[in-house]
Design a protein around this ligand. Structure first.
Ligand code: TYD
Length: 330
């Protein structure tokens, strides 16, 4: 399995997967349509080693030509619209990219034959939990937002292609990722960037919702383990065990930055806001001997450090961000 077709490889998590893949000696074929959240700067250090194609997974003809030209051995399908708040504003792009795009990728992989198709899903397909319990791979899907419904649909399409056509699909369901290069629409980079600009930091409701935070390098590392050692047709949760209330995360970032807590502004809640996510990752840990290597404390410190050192990257995006933030936090 030498030549990997990586969709969404210019995105936040996909690009970490690409960087690790090049270092591991894989041939990387990168397909990305470079939406607002995609950026080739993320993989600039390896641009000579990568075969890049600016195509959308929703473009059936372009995907077909790509498979003919590049003949990948395996597909790792990261490409997706990923932000819950945007899906609440407009579900359309989520259905296009996540549902239609995944069906086009699965169909091309089936017709051209690949050794493995890793379908990247999310813990959000399970719905939410109250204070207790965790999601297992066998937990029924019960998604809440237009985003998580689109991902659950893509997840089920992968299941159908395995069962119906025997395509060797493996489904991965990671928890919330954080780390370098994350686009500042998600909680952690929003807090860092807004606090650095001494702007108010929006926390939905009372900030009591809980997320399980997984460092992006650990997530990509887990997906390589699953690609190399996982079983076709199986599902693997990828979690860190590092659960935090949003307000705890926000206060920790402000502390690292030396900014006052009165920057926090409690805002109206997200409609349909999932209360808590928690993954049981025992299967990945026991069967594939994987464990995360970054604890949340040091991972968060490194992430804030990264944003401080790369603030020019954020500044280059600030016009688009301002426009989005003014809609999201109005
Ligand atoms: P987010 O990073 O959007 O990821 P997801 O919705 O996929 O979990 O949000 C993480 C949590 O932080 C979620 O409970 C919503 C909350 N949140 C805020 O309180 N303020 C914000 O500005 C954002 C973007 C999220």
């Amino acid at each position: 399995m030498k030549r990997l077709l990586v969709t969404g490889g210019a995105g936040f998590i996909g690009s970490e997967f690409v960087r690790q893949g090049v270092r591991k000696g894989y041939g990387i074929i990168l397909a990305d349509s470079l939406t607002y959240a995609g950026d080739l700067l993320r993989i600039k250090e390896f641009e000579k080693e990568i075969s890049f194609h600016k195509i959308s997974v929703t473009d059936r003809d372009a995907v077909e030509k790509l498979f003919i030209a590049e003949k990948p051995d395996a597909v790792v399908h990261w490409a997706a619209e990923s932000h819950v708040d945007r899906s609440i504003m407009d579900a359309g792009p989520f259905i296009d990219s996540n549902v239609k795009g995944t069906s086009i990728m699965l169909d091309a992989a089936r017709r051209h034959g690949v050794e493995c198709f890793v379908n990247v899903s999310t813990d959000e397909v399970y719905g939410d939990l109250d204070e207790s319990g965790s999601f297992f791979e066998t937990t029924p899907l019960n998604p809440s937002s237009p985003y998580s419904v689109s991902k659950a649909s893509a997840d089920m399409l992968g299941r159908a292609f395995h069962r119906t056509y025997g395509l060797p699909v493996i489904t991965v369901r990671p928890s919330n990722n954080y780390g370098q290069w994350q686009y500042p629409e998600k909680l952690i980079p929003v807090v860092v960037v807004k606090a650095l600009r001494n702007e108010s930091v929006p926390v939905y409701a009372q900030g009591l919702n809980v997320r399980e935070w997984l460092c992006v390098s650990d997530c990509a590392d887990a997906v390589f383990r699953i690609l190399e050692k996982g079983k076709a047709g199986d599902v693997y949760n990828i979690g860190s065990g590092e659960e935090r209330k949003n307000i705890e995360v926000v206060k920790e970032i402000l502390k690292i930055l030396g900014k006052p807590e009165d920057l926090i502004k409690f805002t109206k809640d997200r409609p349909g806001h999932d209360f808590r996510y928690s993954l049981n990752s025992g299967k990945l840990r026991k069967e594939l001997s994987w464990s995360p290597s970054t604890d949340f404390g040091s991972g968060l410190n490194n992430t804030v450090e990264w944003f401080l050192s790369n603030i020019n990257w954020v500044n280059a995006k600030i016009a688009a961000l301002q426009e989005y933030w003014s809609k999201a936090y109005s």
